[in-house]
Structures are given as structure tokens and as C-alpha cells.
Design a protein around this ligand. Structure first.
Ligand code: GAP
Length: 467
């Protein structure tokens, strides 16, 4: 157990170090000493993040006949968050250290000593659990065991956008705490402007904000993060069967991306919110253990009913075949981009030996790789090699994200590309110029990341071979 924990810590350190060293992830506001819970994606990070979003969109929108996309506003009418229940009840249990005033999440402190508190517990229930374990609970900052009482802390972040009064905080707007509320409030618009019929889904990718008490585990828990959510609007009768369909589809999605099945598992929620029929997490085996990657939820008609009550606009749907009228129920799939990013980096990080040298290699699936191909002139000081390599780069970069590298020996260039997960490196050498063997003129070598194997192909076949 302890050995596995140490291995996990070591793996996490390696992933974090690679992310920084190679420009995947930077600490937010680093030159100002950092800003807790915020991170920036660097040049390779933004490519990977965009590819993760594209893969999700491809599976959820492009590949599904009855799902359409949406991009709703981040800041909405404040009533949206009253209707959703976030103003009243979107909170985490906070406890303060009486010695150093550090605020921690009570459920996370309990988890450290293997006592599990559900997020949905009442404040009385969690205080009882906390009191029963006080002798074991240690402040992560000062190491003392002197905590105050647990209280609920609301996670919604407020903003004065559009409110110019001095005391705007009396009537704040909110940065959305989840993207799906933008989907619910556009349910009618989508229904009335497109040809969708229940069951149909609306998918959205976008930023969400939560005043997390203790952001932690790198990009796993941030205050500003991105969600990829899909709400499937279904009839009451179909809710549970479609829920099972989506649970299975979302698990299969990760396997199809290349994740090892043993690194994924379902975890059923023990305490459901009162309106939910079922809720499962898909957990991933992060370096710090199995944790929630995605949630799949059967939410009943709660969301649309709430918005109908608060807005006064009917959310009723009339079945075009049976004329039955009902408020659609919702099956939700919700995953964080940042968590997927961390899962991808952990899953595909590897170290091996190639050609007698140890190397770090990101075995990313091609569709996720930030750079699909790197183009190298064999030597930097031969203008004819550079000119040909620039020609090849111009050709491939029209089709895919490519990188040109003429710096250092070719072995070093391979290592640099292996570390960022580039599946192919293409080298332009003297044979490409046809100087020694005219029959090899206008051919290049393609070197494969995972095996180091090299093959020679004609430039005219290059794009098809790389695709
Ligand atoms: N609409 C449902 C919803 O938002 P959730 O379980 O609170 O449900 C869904 O969040 C997903 O969003 C999580 O499974 C996780 O991947 C991601 N997520 C939630 N809070 C996050 C945070 N603070 N930082 C990064 N990702 C987060």
C-alpha cells in the first residue's frame, strides 16, 4: 500500500515536471507568485486540450444523430442559479484551523484518515463524524489538531458584471458553477429552432467556476476549469434505460481513446440528491488513486421543472406521435477537461529504453498528440537540406499540426518529440536530394515514436502515410 503510494507520488512529480518543462501547463500568474487554483495551458498544453475537446465533440455531437451543440453565456440572469439550487445549497464543508487559520475541506481531512464523508451529508452529520475523529485530524499547514466547527461554504463565485451600484454584492450575478444550466435554459430555444425530438441531447464545452476551499492535486481541482457536458432530454419511461446506455457509452469512450480498462471503474453515489434517480462516477486511477473523472446522472425532471417555476415559461413537451405532454427528464454526462488532461498525461506517460538510452515517451493516441509530425533537415548547415525540409514542412503543415526542428543532433530531436508524444518524425537527408542514390530522390524517412522503427517513403505518399 505504502509502496504504491510512493510510486504514485513519484509518477505525479514526473508528470508535473514534464508538463512544466515542455510547456504543457504553467502555474497561473506565476510571475506574481502564483494564484491558487489557477493554471495556464502552454503551447503544447493548448494543443492537447483542444484535441481532447475535439475528441469529445466528435464522439458526442458529430457521432450522434440526436445530439446538437451549444455555446451559452458564462454569466446568466442570477435567477438561473436560484432555480438550480446553487445559491441555496451549492456548498462544501469548510473547517478552519484555530492555530494558523488555514481553511480546509472537512471531508478531505477525514479522507486522509480513511473516513469517508459524502459531499451530500448535512452539516450536522459531518460535524458528528468530524468530532468523532478529531484526535486523528491534522492541519495540512501547521500540523496541529485544533479545528473549529465545520460549516457549509457556498462555492458560487459572484461578479458585478452589468451591476454598477456600490453595493452590488446584494444583488450579484454569478460565474456559472456548471455549464449545464446554460443547456437547460436553452431547451425551448433548441426545441423550437431545430428538428430535434425527444430523446435528444444538447452538448456544450465551456468554462465553469467554483470557489473551491482547497484546490489541490494540480489541475484535478481548480477554481476556474472547463466542463464538457451533455444533457439528454428523455421521456420519463425511457430515463433509466437511456441512463444505462450512456453509462456504458461513456466508459467505452475512454477505452476507445486508448485507456487501459483496469485504470477505469464505476463508483456508485451512496447519497443521492433528493431528485436524482441514479448517479455513477467514472473513476480513473490517477497517480494519487482512483478519483472521479466523469459523472453520469439520471436527474429526473428536476432541472426543467425548476426553470419552469422560476421563469414562468412552460418547459412542457408534446410527443408528436402520442400527443402525451410531459416535462422531459434528463440523463447527464459531465466531465472536466482538466481532469481528462491529467488522466491522459498520467495514462500515456512512459519511460523505456530505446537504442541503449532511457527515454521519456508520451504514448498519446495520434488524435490527441499536440504535434502530429516533426520535420527535420539532417544537418543545419546545408542550405539544400534546409530548403527541401521547408518544402516538406509546408506540405504537411497544411494537413496537420507539424513542427520544424533543425536544432542539435537527430537523436536529441527524436527525444524531444518523444517527450511531447509526437507520433512521427520525418527526416530529410542526402538521399532525399538524390545525391548518392538517384532512385531515392524525393523520399524521406519516417521514424515511429513507439518502436523507433524507420521507413522510407516518397514525399508524394507522405500525407497519406501520416494520416
Ligand atoms: N452538471 C453536473 C456537475 O457539474 P460535478 O460532479 O460537480 O457535476 C462534473 O462536476 C465534472 O466536472 C467532474 O466529474 C469533474 O470532472 C469536473 N469538475 C468538477 N469540479 C472541478 C474542479 N474544481 N476542477 C476541475 N474539474 C472539476
Amino acid at each position: 500500500m505504502a509502496a504504491a503510494k510512493n510510486e504514485g507520488v513519484e509518477k505525479m512529480e514526473k508528470v508535473v515536471s514534464l508538463c512544466k518543462r515542455r510547456g504543457f501547463v504553467f502555474q497561473g500568474s506565476e510571475i506574481y507568485g502564483g494564484f491558487v487554483g489557477s493554471f495556464d495551458y502552454g503551447p503544447y498544453g493548448v494543443e492537447l486540450a483542444n484535441n481532447i475537446k475535439a475528441a469529445w465533440w466528435k464522439a458526442m455531437v458529430q457521432g450522434e444523430r440526436n445530439i446538437v451543440g451549444l455555446d451559452s453565456a458564462i454569466v446568466t440572469h442570477p435567477k438561473v442559479w436560484e432555480a438550480s439550487g446553487h445559491v441555496g445549497g451549492f456548498s462544501d464543508p469548510l473547517v478552519e484551523c484555530r492555530e494558523c487559520n488555514t481553511r480546509s475541506r472537512a471531508d478531505h481531512l477525514l479522507e486522509e484518515v480513511d473516513v469517508f464523508a459524502d459531499e451530500k451529508m448535512s452539516v450536522e452529520e459531518i460535524n458528528t463524524l468530524f468530532d468523532a475523529n478529531r484526535d486523528k485530524l491534522v492541519c495540512p499547514k501547521c500540523g496541529q489538531k485544533n479545528f473549529g466547527t465545520v460549516r457549509q461554504f457556498n462555492l458560487l463565485a459572484q461578479t458585478n458584471l452589468g451591476n454598477f451600484s456600490e453595493d452590488w454584492s446584494k444583488e450579484p450575478a454569478y460565474l456559472r458553477g456548471e455549464t449545464c444550466q446554460g443547456i437547460y435554459i436553452n431547451f425551448k430555444n433548441v426545441l423550437d429552432s431545430t428538428r430535434v425530438k425527444v430523446p435528444f441531447g444538447i452538448a456544450q464545452i465551456g468554462k465553469a467556476f467554483r470557489n473551491e476551499i482547497a484546490p489541490r492535486q494540480y489541475i484535478f481541482r481548480k477554481r476556474e476549469f472547463e466542463q464538457m457536458e451533455m444533457q439528454m432530454f428523455v421521456s420519463p419511461e425511457e430515463e433509466m434505460s437511456l441512463y444505462e446506455v450512456w453509462k456504458a457509452k461513456r466508459m467505452q469512450y475512454y477505452i476507445d481513446l486508448g485507456f487501459k480498462p483496469e485504470n477505469l471503474r464505476f463508483h456508485e453515489h451512496e447519497n443521492l440528491v433528493f431528485y436524482a434517480k441514479a448517479a455513477f462516477d467514472i473513476e480513473y486511477n490517477f497517480p494519487f488513486g482512483f478519483k472521479e473523472l466523469e459523472g453520469v446522472h439520471a436527474r429526473g425532471s428536476y432541472d426543467l421543472t425548476q426553470h419552469q417555476t422560476f421563469s414562468g415559461v412552460s418547459m412542457e413537451y408534446t410527443d408528436p406521435y402520442t400527443n402525451a405532454k410531459y416535462i422531459p427528464h434528463v440523463v447527464e454526462t459531465s466531465v472536466g477537461l482538466d481532469r481528462t488532461f491529467l488522466a491522459v498525461m498520467s495514462e500515456f506517460y512512459d519511460e523505456d529504453e530505446l537504442g541503449g538510452e532511457t527515454r521519456v515517451v508520451l504514448r498519446l493516441p495520434k488524435q490527441l498528440a499536440p504535434i502530429k509530425v516533426a520535420v527535420f533537415p539532417l544537418l543545419k548547415n546545408r542550405p539544400e537540406l534546409i530548403a527541401k525540409a521547408e518544402e516538406v514542412f509546408a506540405l504537411v503543415s497544411k494537413e496537420m499540426r507539424a513542427e520544424f526542428d533543425d536544432n542539435g543532433n537527430v537523436g536529441k530531436r527524436y527525444r524531444r518529440q518523444d517527450e511531447i508524444g509526437t507520433p512521427y518524425c520525418v527526416t530529410i537527408d542526402f538521399e532525399t536530394l538524390g545525391e548518392e542514390k538517384p532512385e531515392l530522390k524525393d523520399t524521406v524517412t519516417i521514424r515511429h515514436r513507439d518502436t523507433g522503427e524507420q521507413v522510407r517513403v516518397a514525399i508524394s505518399d507522405l500525407i497519406d502515410t501520416l494520416k
